[in-house]
Design a protein around this ligand. Structure first.
Ligand SMILES: *Cc1c(COP(=O)(O)O)cnc(C)c1O
Length: 219
């Protein structure tokens, strides 16, 4: 199937209340344009420099999501345009986003990445750390960043029950925080391999890469 057909397929398949983020990392701008012409407007990247190069070249009504780990010294390159930062994992990073967003008189929406997987390779913080960030005076005083929800990545495994357990935990945590923080509206979980389980468990935003654009080539 073509990229355009894949976009159409996902738009048909995913419930209306779930947002599709097309993860275009490593893919050329022509591939992104094909998805764009099929109606897709939200794209996700995991490297700030690559995302910025694509933002410069592509239509300006695209919403760019940063889904990868963010280095503080690179926030300045995306502060002008980024729509949502999915993987915030410290108050220090929020402070930098606040500082850079202010320069453009913007408020940048962010998600806190919660570590739900077993693997050490996956980033994220635990629920207590997330709560302490949200409760901190420093965060409360910020006017140019808004934490609007949570993001998580499940363990990469064939064991569906395990993935389901991890996503369900994240959903419970999300609902818990949502009852306290009315800015909370986004629960970003689910990728090509596990989005069906994620939606089943209450995801409101899925991040799909290879099932739309094909396998990635990292050379
Ligand atoms: C690459 C990536 C995805 C998409 O992965 P696929 O398995 O290709 O769908 C989703 N989320 C994050 C954080 C990623 O880095």
């Amino acid at each position: 199937m073509s990229i355009a057909e894949n976009i159409t397929k996902f738009k048909d398949e995913i419930p209306e209340e779930v947002t599709l983020v097309a993860i275009s990392k490593t893919k050329p701008v022509d591939d992104i344009l094909e998805a764009y012409n099929a109606g897709q407007r939200i794209f996700g990247e995991n490297k700030i420099q690559e995302m910025t190069e694509k933002w410069e070249k592509l239509p300006k009504d695209i919403k760019w999501h940063m889904v990868g780990h963010v280095q503080r010294n690179k926030v300045k390159y995306m502060a002008e345009y980024v729509d949502l930062i999915h993987a915030v994992d410290s108050l220090k990073l929020l402070r930098e986003i606040e500082k850079q967003a202010k320069k453009y008189d913007r408020t940048i929406s962010c998600l806190l990445q919660i570590k739900i997987a077993e693997e050490d390779t996956k980033y994220g913080i635990d629920v207590d750390e997330a709560k302490s960030i949200l409760q901190s005076n420093a965060y409360r005083k910020m006017t140019h960043v808004k934490v609007v929800g949570l993001m998580g990545m499940a363990t990469f495994t064939e064991k569906e029950e395990k993935v389901r357990k991890e996503f369900s935990f994240l959903k419970t945590t999300f609902e818990d925080l949502k009852s306290e923080y009315n800015s909370f509206s986004i629960l970003s979980m689910g990728m090509s391999g596990d989005y069906k389980i994620a939606i089943d468990c209450g995801s409101t935003m899925v991040r799909i890469g290879s099932s739309i654009f094909g396998e990635r080539n990292y050379n």
